[in-house]
Write a protein that binds this ligand. Sequence first.
Ligand code: TRP
Ligand code: ZN
Length: 898
Amino acid sequence: MADTATPNVIRRADYAPPAFLIDTVALEFDLVPERTVVRNTMRVRRNPDASRTSNLELMGEQLEFVSAAIDGAAFASAHAHEHGLTLKNVPDDFELTLTSICNPAENTTLSGLYVSGGNFFTQCEAEGFRRITYFLDRPDVMATFTVTLRASKADYPVLLSNGNLLAEGDLPDGRHFARWEDPFRKPSYLFALVAGKLVALEERVTSGSGKEKLLQVWVEPHDLDKTRHAMDSLINSMRWDEQRFGLELDLDRFMIVAVSDFNMGAMENKGLNIFNTKYVLANPETATDTDFANIEAVVGHEYFHNWTGNRVTCRDWFQLSLKEGLTVFRDQEFSADMAGGAADEAARATKRIEDVRVLRQMQFAEDAGPMAHPVRPESYVEINNFYTMTVYEKGSEVVRMYQTLFGRDGFRKGMDLYFKRHDGQAVTCDDFRHALADANGRDLAQFERWYSQAGTPRVSVRTRYDAAQQRYSVTLTQAYGDAAPSARETQKGPLLIPFAIGLIGNDGHDLPLQLEGESKASDVTTRVLEFTQTEQTFTFVNVAQEPLPSLLRNFSAPVIVEYDYSADQLAFLLAHDSDPFNRWEAGQRLATRELLTLAGRAATGVPLQLDDSVVDAFARVLTDETLSPAFRELALMLPSEAYLAEQMAESNPAAVHAARQFVRKRLANALRKDWLAVYEKHRTPGAYEATPEASGHRALKNLALSYLAELDDPAEAVRLASAQYDTANNMTDRSAALSTLLNASAANGGSVEAQEALDDFYRRFEKEPLVIDKWFALQATQRGSAQRPVIETVRKLMAHPAFNLKNPNRARSLIFSFCAANPAQFHAEDGSGYAFWADQVIALDAINPQVAARLARSLELWRRFTPALRDGMRAALEKVASQAKSRDVREIVEKALA
Ligand code: TRP
Ligand code: ZN
């Protein structure tokens, strides 16, 4: 596994088609944990569209080579090496049979074939198939697969692979077999097998065209009571893709399998999706409302990949966003439709707000650091490091912009053309853009820049009202800020930015919109301006009064908007904007501005104060019963500490924490009665319901509880939280109560109530790993104090018998939660957090490079921090750079230090 040589850079510009193609693959597995024998028979031929080479170079890693045969005869000129197998002077068209051995029991990387909980699983994306057998392991080589699995029937009663079950039966010596066939050509990264002691929730449904489909959710026997929601989500996903995109399930059966050791969220293997248990298992006692929503989103995401990813796949890994950006967009739209239907804009907006919050907090930060890359990267060292916020979330925003430009119908036409042209092919982001352009009769050459430029664009807005002429002009300027130097270097010219705008009158209502040159006002009060030049002025005519502009409605492009709103104007927008996203946005702008001012003061020791007008603006949202509870919760939640720190000239987590806590306390004390009233009013007695309405009530109520815990005297909050903890019939309320108890007592170094609840929580859920993950995470993200720094708790928990560094969910619940979700404690001035981080990255590096590299990323913005912290961060990075062995971690830390 060690790869200490200077890492090789793979470049998009170097793409060349494969010298050989593989049309069919027949795999035979003799599954034994320490020694699995794989026989692989392939039909291979030269690629007519590639330059001729005499040798066939197959990729292979961590394999023990046994034998090679061509057309049935032993082949002597096969040379196995560290990166694969070289076959010298092969014929033009032949059958190749290879036998090799791998060791799934010792495979802690969770890439390739591995054992988890005594069962076998695979993970092949991006380059894991080469750890199973020698192959042309690249997505533009597509083959049909037949898979035969053989294993002990007692130990592995269930044997699954992609596609349809052809045959199964008993073998001598207590063994049995199953043979599967996937009728669709696919790249190797979509191969999967599962073998073990599993049970399934099954459902038979009829597809839109009347065909019967078998749906299964496979889990360990004790988890069968947590599969209903995943099954419902799968059925809803099927229906949605039929209705919204006319896309049907193409197989007779579709399987989801849950596994507790998994590097990411889930994987879209053809007909056999494999999921992290976190995104499958849920019942009201064990899963929160957020978990329920995430499961729906991830089940949808993987199901939607069947068309956007599997039927049409990527030519090479630089095109990753072709499938990921598009599929994230599809899952976001699915969740929005499930929450509010196509017409309920307010309900859809809550989903939009949540998605934009993630984008801004995570993707904008990525774009401002050493890992900044375009949606379609130009180069990589380790492809696993490029499953990023940029490829996924910004990629989704890029797809969304097509829909914003062409409307839902125009977008659908583009999708239809994309499938008509490219079904069964491995294609590029350009192919997708051309389909959208051609279906809508548009030239989208300029739009290509969204795929090739890194960095977050900034749009500055100037407005001018001419009362005499009744003209209102909006001048937009686009540029990249200082935060994205790499973006400015690669900049190729202005972007096509769909800029949605509305104008609001004195009474808070939208004004009619008539652009200069138009004969009358349009019948909509939001217009999408096509902003294509570096600077461009749009003039509205017949504007009877000076309006307040509502800019970038519904966040119509992934940009930063700069406009000098006054605090009063923001409060007005927060109260009146007809665009729910921008209502929320106004509150966030107001809060962000105040918080950054306060953080600046806290950093220099100046006493803090907050204007009453800000408190009043939040009070109005809190008490406005016409707004949905879900929206109020989002609007009343202050921007996160990580986001705020990112906005400072020099990130100062301690100052941000002090400022944010000051505001929370101020809002708590000033609005105590209102928080209490909201807490009482939004209880959800009776049986738990996972509906958006019920979860909105719980979210608002639990936010109120967390504010009440900030009161100078938290006794009342502690009483309420204790009672809520004891009587909760669902995990949302129970974990919120526990979190409040932990934080309410933080300043005093903990409380009896908090400790008792923690102990109770552990005992109650000892047998539920996903809930024990929450137990670790709640403690790692708790507030802490000077007498009781959280790092001490974290160190103690590392030695807890339930802690296990090899299980990614557990590692994330304790280590990542502390290093990436508790900035004020992690960035302690004594550098203790950084030393801990370095030790854990190095320890994980030897176990699981993919997970280690994710953790490694939590220091990449070190140059943007206050000088007092920078040295400690650099020292930790240098320590990791000198000791880490994997290509994954090395790429991250070397880029950070460069
Ligand atoms: N393609 C998967 C998805 O987004 C994610 C994925 C990529 C993945 N690489 C992985 C999952 C490695 C697990 C392990 O849906
Ligand atoms: Zn995906």
